[in-house]
Design a protein around this ligand. Structure first.
Ligand SMILES: [Zn+2]
Length: 361
């Protein structure tokens, strides 16, 4: 019994050390000792153990203190564990092979020209998916257990994407929705690490949102933001409901369209100004429902919603204020993501690494 306990503890500590280096980059033994709350000799033994297993390398790095004695730095060996990440969009598939520590080892993308994204996977990944420890696909829509229940953007309903990807590549895939992947990316590699509940809004051909809690995506965390009804009995939506946010927003679509409307509004075009204001209010109202239901402490406006938020922050905030409880609103930060277009791909990779670390425990 005691031996099993010790072995379990050792595995947990090994995983914790790998996770620490993966997330925070090269660190000295003193830094690891403090971060992990373990003593120095334990850290030394774990680092040596992981070096032998090929996950970690130790180098003589930066000097510390006035004595200027260079200290030993532990860092991840990127090729020790790789994750294949792909982001599926309506017109293209983007790919990154990411190594332990977060280094992007390979990157490619391919235009679809109407082809099915799954048919493009082997080409865009160059077959690397097979050797990676995990493979993760980010896709815009409502995702549950590998199935895309609904995607406005891709026109899919009830597609077993994990199954299709497995048939095409001969390996298992995880599937996450784009907004949730971007939230994971911003939490782990952006600057949203302080957020306990982070809500990421993705503006593509449709509107989705993803919630992560302490950096992890709960199952079923994707939210169909575009199909929250903001005008009961309003305009007919492609989903079959009436008055959905996607159907009601007057300024909708690409970042360039929002920038154009903003430019026109700035030059005194009253219709453009009203369109932006009403769109901001509709978005704020829909967000009110999401905030009341989920209680995030930070909201990031991604995709073209970034441009809309930058142009219509006041109406978004005032509509949100009218539709959420004061105590939920008081702790809420609204801002734009720092990883821009890269968030979903980075987050897909980090979703894979979370599984890799879990398996080490
Ligand atoms: Zn709808």
């Amino acid at each position: 019994m005691a031996r099993t306990g010790t072995e379990e503890l050792r595995r947990r500590n090994r995983a914790a050390l790998v996770e620490q280096l993966h997330r925070h980059g090269p660190q000295t033994r003193a830094e690891l000792t403090e971060a992990l709350g373990l003593n120095r000799s334990t850290i030394g033994a774990l680092a040596a153990d992981l070096a032998e297993a090929g996950y970690v390398q130790e180098t003589t790095g930066r000097s510390t203190g006035s004595a200027g004695r260079p200290s030993t730095l532990a860092e991840c060996v990127p090729k020790a564990a790789t994750v294949t990440a792909v982001e599926i969009r309506v017109d293209r598939v983007r790919f990154a092979l990411v190594g332990l520590g977060g280094e992007v080892l390979e990157r490619a993308e391919t235009a679809l020209d109407g082809a099915d994204p799954v048919d493009a996977i082997e080409v865009v990944t160059g077959g690397t998916a097979r050797d990676a420890l995990e493979a993760v696909a980010a896709v815009p829509g409502l995702v549950d257990a590998g199935e895309v229940a609904h995607s406005t953007e891709l026109g899919w309903a009830g597609r077993d994407l994990a199954g299709d990807l497995a048939s095409a590549t001969g390996r298992e895939w995880q599937v996450v929705d784009t907004a949730t992947a971007a939230a994971v990316g911003e939490w782990s590699r952006g600057d949203a690490h302080e957020a306990t509940k982070l809500l990421y809004l993705h503006g593509g051909r449709g509107l989705t949102a993803g919630l992560v809690v302490d950096g992890l995506a709960p199952r079923g965390g994707s939210i169909q933001l575009g199909h929250i009804v903001v005008q009961p009995g309003g305009r007919e939506c492609a989903c079959g409901l009436r008055g959905c946010l996607e159907a009601e927003m007057e300024v909708f679509g690409y970042a360039e369209d929002i920038e154009y409307a903003t430019l026109a509004a700035g030059m005194g075009d009253a219709a453009a100004r009203d369109g932006l204001r009403r769109s901001g209010e509709d978005l704020g109202r829909a967000l009110g429902a999401v905030v009341t239901a989920t209680g995030p402490d930070e909201i990031l406006f991604g995709g073209w919603l970034r441009e809309l938020y930058l142009s219509a922050a006041a109406p978004v905030r005032s509509a949100l204020a009218e539709t959420t409880l004061p105590h939920l609103r008081s702790r809420l930060r609204l801002r734009t993501p720092v990883l821009g277009d890269e968030g979903a791909l980075i987050g897909a990779a980090e979703t894979g690494f979370a599984t890799v670390v879990d398996r080490m425990r």
